[in-house]
Design a protein around this ligand. Structure first.
Ligand code: PSU
Ligand code: MN
Length: 331
């Protein structure tokens, strides 16, 4: 692939002055001198996405995977109301251990001010992790599953703030696509309206690449774009955000590895049942996604949790490589 590089047409803003977020020294110095790529990580998956102790094991492992692939991990979260970019191991342990108490807030864009004013602990969603990443100067972010338009969203208006954030914040999210707990077709339409680039990693030379359905490699929905290398993904980000200064984010989907993907007939039946139960119990708003995830975990005897962890690690590896390639284009 030919990559367009206009070296002098852009300036890289690596670190904002007067930071409103607390950035660890290691991350700060990597960003300041552009010496090492940084990959941010969310924490709602720790506080509301996975059960204990799998949440803690995942949180620690994913940081190791980022380091093993040459980048610096920046897990984002609110601790005592303060926005942190890069947590200590003690903070990570505390967040993971107290998640089940129900006292840790799920923090998306609208929840930030309240969480800070009340000095709460909070797990950051994709939306708020993008916000914290942007404030710190981090451009690449790895996670598991994206929030989206829920099933029947055209009536309930349940559209995750992750999608609008992607429309307004220039951070690239590397994930396994929207889970099929969502309406993937409507989610893609919404992202198109928001001007968000959606590309799927074509890891096996397919001619028509579908957006992955998180647990499954294919969702039945053709991906608007695909990319065949992490260098190409980095070049897309570079052109979109550095050269053209577009203020929107990018969604980079990594299909789950063949050996750990689940069959869609198996998982979709369980997902349908979970959605049915949520409807009967009147679960909505920010509680819906955590409810569905924990019901699916129960009904798959933990298989969904196992997959979730594997996929996050796989995405973290891809994100580290993308961040490395992006840094090369910027230097
Ligand atoms: N989807 C998953 N796992 C998760 C989440 C979504 O498969 O852990 C979390 C992410 O933090 C995401 C958030 O940003 O839920 C979306 O929640 P909501 O749909 O309420 O916006
Ligand atoms: Mn929602």
């Amino acid at each position: 692939m030919k990559v367009l590089i206009h070296k002098r047409l852009f300036s890289v803003s690596r670190l904002r002055k007067n930071l409103s977020v607390l950035v660890s020294e290691e991350i700060k110095s990597a960003l300041q001198n552009g010496s090492k790529p940084v990959v941010s990580l969310e924490s709602t998956i720790i506080t509301h996405g996975l059960p204990y102790p799998e949440n803690l094991q995942m949180a620690q492992k994913v940081e190791t995977v980022v380091r093993d692939n040459g980048a610096i991990p920046a897990t984002c979260a609110f601790v005592d109301g303060k926005p942190y970019v890069g947590l200590t191991n003690d903070q990570l342990v505390r967040l993971a251990e107290t998640a089940a108490s129900g006292k840790v807030n799920k923090v998306s864009r609208r929840d930030i001010g309240y969480t800070m004013a009340n000095r709460l602990n909070g797990g950051t969603t994709i939306a708020s992790t993008m916000i914290l990443s942007k404030l710190a100067g981090i451009k690449v972010f790895a996670t598991g599953g994206l929030g989206g338009v829920h099933k029947d969203g055209q009536n309930t208006f349940d559209v995750s703030a992750d999608l609008t954030e992607l429309g307004r914040t220039p951070v690239s999210v590397v994930c396994s696509g929207p889970k099929s707990i969502l309406d993937i077709g409507l989610t893609l339409e919404y992202l198109e309206t928001q001007g968000v680039f959606v590309g799927t990693y074509n890891d096996d030379g397919r001619t028509k690449v579908q957006v992955p359905g998180f647990y499954c490699r294919e969702s039945g929905h053709v991906s608007p774009y695909s990319f065949s290398s992490f260098e190409e993904a980095a070049s897309i980000i570079h052109n979109q955000n550095n050269i053209m200064s577009l203020s929107s984010g990018n969604l980079l989907c990594i299909p789950p590895p063949k050996e750990s993907a689940l069959s869609s007939s198996f998982i979709n039946e369980i997902i349908d049942r979970a959605n049915e139960e949520a409807l009967q119990q009147g679960i909505k708003g920010k509680e819906l996604t955590p409810f569905l995830l924990s019901k699916i975990a129960k009904d798959t005897n933990g298989k969904s949790v196992e997959c979730n962890v594997k996929f996050v690690l796989n995405n973290a590896k891809a994100a580290s490589e993308i961040a490395t390639a992006l840094l090369h284009l910027e230097n």
